[in-house]
Design a protein around this ligand. Structure first.
Ligand SMILES: [Zn+2]
Length: 238
């Protein structure tokens, strides 16, 4: 389907056109009145969509704005599928992930994030566990494919009282160094990481002066973790 919208260099489909075309396919409807497209210096998300009075408002991160058009199309498929509560086509998700996992892309993103004032985090790879693939696995199993990956790292000290925390200000999940040992079962590490990932999904609620971090919805969601009781039992024994 051809959608006539202004903008775009000759020979290459403009971002407005890409989003309008994919919109038609995902929504199985006529194109939006127009597409309001802008690039933003986001680091925690690659893009956001909104439908406002028939106008599709698209904001994408400058980290991905210069990517090949197929990658921007993949992003359009993922964001629009989410908007219409559809499952994004697997090959677009794969294409997007492959790009994001490219060594040069990761390095650039890392540099930009640091330049935009993020704190130093140890990095996902511990002595025994690597949080990076663990995060991907848990995302595949329990979360949306576009759940943004925060910084992942290990605490400097092996804390017993704080096994994990999500640092909002720096968008970082930090696990206690105590967990990075062969005698700690993988399930226990997965559970702590899963819990912190839920903090990415569930915003903090404010009731007057009270902050509620573990809301009812959060607790309900946490029950989806397979072998929850077993994981909690393991942690007690640590
Ligand atoms: Zn928590």
């Amino acid at each position: 389907m051809q959608v006539e919208l202004p903008g775009g260099a000759p020979g290459e489909e403009s971002n407005e056109r890409i989003f309008a075309r994919v919109y038609c396919e995902v929504a199985r409807a006529a194109p939006p009145q127009s597409v309001d497209f802008r690039v933003k210096p986001y680091v925690n998300t690659m893009g956001k969509l909104q439908l406002r009075d028939g106008v599709l408002v698209v904001r994408i991160s400058d980290l991905i704005a210069g990517a090949p058009s197929t990658v921007r199309e993949a992003l359009a498929w993922i964001l629009l599928s989410k908007m219409f509560r559809r499952r994004p086509p697997a090959h677009w998700v794969l294409h997007y992930r492959q790009f994001m996992n490219r060594r040069d892309v990761r390095r650039t993103h890392q540099t930009v994030r640091q330049a935009r004032g993020r704190k130093y985090v140890s990095g996902p790879r511990g002595d025994y566990y690597d949080l990076d693939p663990l995060f991907d696995e848990l995302r595949d199993r329990y979360f949306e494919p576009l759940l943004p990956k925060p910084q992942l790292g290990w605490s400097r000290r092996p804390s017993r009282t704080l096994l994990g925390h999500f640092d909002h200000a720096h968008n970082a999940i930090i696990l206690s160094r105590l967990l990075d040992r062969p005698e700690v079962p993988r399930l226990a590490v997965e559970y702590i990481l899963f819990h912190e990932m839920l903090h990415l999904k569930h915003p903090v609620e404010h009731h007057g002066s009270r902050r509620r971090v573990h809301t009812r919805a959060f607790r309900e969601d946490e029950k989806r973790f397979a072998a929850l009781a077993q994981a909690k039992e393991m942690l007690k024994r640590l």
